[in-house]
Design a protein around this ligand. Structure first.
Ligand code: OSB
Ligand code: MG
Length: 375
């Protein structure tokens, strides 16, 4: 596979409903897509970085810089056998994992098309449908949240996750549990607590949660281990897991009982599979996290979720929960049993709506290897 050209695009996509976490509210997604020409076909990747560096150090701006100045040029003109070879090419650049993932995943996307196999099979997936949950942001009132829980349960979703922070936690969890005692329920703090809150966090145990996601600092697993010893509820790490090595360290320290895998956060499909393998070897269940992706990133998340260790419902939900019109067709749809069916078509299994992408694009840059100067 020869990388012939790389086009970066920024799209603006308004969310159907705002999404609020402990670090703020998002109403419109700035979506960074990578379009890669490989042996005459197009591979697509999505950079899941946020509008601001709040969830992680990366943002759309830092990713654009890294892709344009460093990572894109390192890939142009390369000849590769597989997406697996991409991380080694980008090793010199520290961090910028979401930017790297966008490139690597575009190569896997192209590879699956060229080899005429579904992307999910190329990644080592083994299931035809995946289990889905929803992540519900902080709302303007508890009543609004309860209404949303009701809607999503009626739509079939298998697990409800609610964002929490001090002041939006015990009361809403109690109200959800009172009304729905048996559902799979979890919460995600996005690092809103410190160890000083451990007595408070112990009270979460009474709600029989599937997990509490990333309660403490985004870069920590040492203090999460101390907290896990005090809790009955399993901790799930999201932000803190950067690669297979940190997954191994977190598991050995006892920092978590569950891991959320986001392909962007760990730097691409190769590392996501490696994190999955470490977790599976250690009997730690994993699930696929979401970053309010457009259909491109969403279809990649669907593919990743077919690996055998993804035994818990992920934050991979229907296109219509996020967008009036998604950039792929068909839309990602979730069945009444809360599952998404994988496609047996080669590639990602969803076509790209080029015209719509063009219309939503507000910035675009194509990179090609400069031809050698003849003298
Ligand atoms: O912590 O999982 C998170 C969205 C943006 C940043 C961080 C997170 C999330 C979500 C959304 O929870 C999941 C989704 O895409 O629906
Ligand atoms: Mg999270």
């Amino acid at each position: 596979m020869k990388i012939e050209s790389i086009t970066l695009r920024e799209l603006h996509m308004p969310l159907v409903h705002f999404f609020e976490t402990s670090f703020g509210r998002t109403t419109e997604r700035r979506v960074l897509l990578v379009e890669m020409q490989v042996d005459g076909i197009t591979g697509w990747g999505e950079c899941v970085a946020g509008e601001h560096p709040y969830y992680s150090e990366e943002s759309i701006e830092t990713a654009w810089y890294a892709l344009h100045e460093e990572l894109g040029p390192a890939m142009l003109g390369c000849t590769l056998e597989s997406g697996r070879e991409v991380p080694a090419r980008l090793l010199r650049v520290r961090g910028h994992r979401m930017a790297k993932a966008a490139l690597e995943n575009a190569v896997w996307d192209a590879e699956s098309q060229l080899k005429r196999v579904p992307l999910w099979k190329l990644l080592g997936g083994s299931r035809n449908d995946i289990a889905c949950g929803v992540s519900l942001g902080i709302q303007d009132s508890p009543e609004q949240l309860l209404e949303k829980v009701e809607t999503e349960l009626a739509a079939g979703y298998q697990r409800i996750k609610v964002k929490c922070k001090p002041g939006w936690d015990l009361d809403i969890l109690r109200r959800i549990r009172q009304r729905w005692p048996g559902i799979l329920l979890s919460c995600d703090a996005n690092s809103a607590y410190t160890l000083k809150d451990s007595e408070h966090l112990k009270r979460f145990d009474e709600f029989n949660l599937l997990m509490i996601e990333q309660p403490l600092w985004n870069d920590d697993f040492y203090f999460h281990a101390a907290l896990q010893k005090q809790l009955k509820t399993r901790i799930c790490l999201d932000e803190a897991i950067h690669h297979a090595r940190s997954a191994q360290a977190a598991i050995e320290l006892g920092s978590c009982g569950i891991i959320n895998i986001k392909v962007g956060r760990v730097g691409g499909f190769s590392e996501a599979v490696a994190v999955h393998d470490v977790a599976l070897r250690n009997n730690i269940p994993v699930w696929c996290g979401g970053m309010l992706e457009s259909g491109i990133g969403r279809s990649h998340n669907v593919a990743l979720s077919t690996l055998p260790g993804f035994s818990l419902p992920g934050d991979v939900s229907a296109s219509a929960r996020y967008w009036k019109e998604d950039v792929i067709e068909p839309d990602v749809v979730v069945s009444q049993n809360g599952t998404i069916k994988t496609s047996n078509e080669p590639g990602r299994g969803y076509a790209v709506k080029r015209e719509l992408i063009e219309r939503l694009t507000i910035r675009k840059k194509t990179m090609q290897k400069a031809a050698a100067v003849q003298i």
